[in-house]
Each structure stands twice: as C-alpha cells, then as structure tokens.
Design a binder for this molecule. Structure first.
Ligand code: 3AM
Length: 188
C-alpha cells in the first residue's frame, strides 16, 4: 500500500470544555486496567472509512462539503460496556434526530466515493477505555451537554505514544432557525 494512503474516519470532535468533561468520566471506571483513550483523542465516530487512497481523499472532502446537517446538542447521559470489542464508552440515552440525519446523509454522499453504506445500526458512543474490564451501566448524575456545531475528518495513526488522531478537515453544521446558543446573546 502506498505511504500516501491514510486511515480516516469522520467524527464529532469535542470542544475543550466537553473534552475535559468526557476525560473526567474515565475516573468513574476501574482504574489501572485496559487501554485508556488519550484525552486528546476522545471523539465520537460518525463513520469509519479505513485506509483511503489519495485519489479518493478529494472525493471524500467533496462529499463532506455536500452534507447538509444541522447543529444540535448531544446529551451524554451514561457509561456502558460492550463485551465483544471490550470497550467502555459514554453515550446518549437518545440519539438526536439531527445526528441520525447527519450520519445518513453523510453515508449517502460517501456512496458516490465507493464506500458502501453501513448496514449496522448506528450507536453513537465515545470510547473511553479499550481492552476494558467488564463494567456496568453508570447513569451520570450530571449529564454532559455537548454543543455540536461541526464535524471533522480525522486521520488515525495508531501505535506509539498517543495522541493518535489528527483533525484533517472540518465542516460547519447549519445553526438553523431553531438553534439557541444560551449565554451568547444569540437566540431565535
Ligand atoms: O469511535 P471508536 O473509538 O469506538 O474502533 C475504531 C474507532 O471507534 C473504529 O473507528 C474508530 C476510529 O479508529 N474502527 C476501527 N476499525 C474499524 C473497522 N474496520 C472501525 N470501525 C469499523 N470498522
């Protein structure tokens, strides 16, 4: 494979405040076991693309630019554990309509670049620990409110010292008429 291939995925990338709040969730899990995701790598995957050849990278950027998405708030309410990949993760109780639409629209545009649509149900999650010991559901006393105003393309270079991920490109989501940015003096 050419060295120009890049391992890419689309994600929601937390702002610094949200990132700190997500990183703090790691303290709720069994300590000293598993592989902790570096605080700077915490993200929510929208779609994994895998190794992408250079000629497809331009197509991906164009497809992303054509995605029509609305900004939304993501409420991270609980921690949970998946035994098959052995990951402990944080996620929302409810998937916002805007997030489902974003993933579906993105999947549709990426088909034109030759990426088959994901057939599995989309389960938004922020991985906190890999190779994690089993843990139960933990409801957060204070849910995290994540203001999602854009989405990003991320390059993954696993191995070696984390952080492993690097934001390559960013696309804004439409604030739309129904968005309210509390405390910023912008309402509708
Ligand atoms: O969002 P998380 O961290 O759960 O597990 C990988 C990670 O997900 C996932 O893509 C994200 C960024 O690396 N991933 C890795 N290989 C994958 C694959 N072959 C994959 N997802 C689907 N298929």
């Amino acid at each position: 494979m050419s060295s120009k291939h890049r391992r890419l995925f689309f994600a929601l990338w937390p702002d610094e405040k949200t990132r700190r709040e997500l990183a703090a969730l790691q303290t709720l899990l069994p300590q000293g076991q598993g592989r902790w995701v570096h605080g700077a790598d915490l993200h929510l995957t929208l779609q994994f693309l895998g190794q992408v050849a250079p000629d497809r990278q331009a197509c991906i950027s164009r497809a992303a630019a054509d995605v029509e998405g609305q900004a939304f708030e993501l409420c991270i309410t609980h921690l949970d554990f998946w035994s098959r990949p052995r990951v402990a993760w944080a996620g929302p109780d409810q998937v916002p309509e805007a997030l489902s639409r974003l993933v579906a629209d993105q999947g549709g545009h990426l088909e034109s670049c030759g990426f088959p649509r994901e057939s599995r149900t989309y389960r938004p999650h922020v991985t906190l620990v890999r190779k994690a010991p089993p843990s139960g559901v933990i409801a957060l006393e204070k849910p995290i409110t994540w203001p999602v105003e854009d989405f990003v393309l991320v390059e993954s270079r696993p191995g070696g010292e984390p952080p492993w991920y690097r934001v390559v490109e960013r696309w804004p989501l439409d604030a739309g008429p129904e968005m309210t940015f509390s405390g910023q003096g912008l309402t509708s």
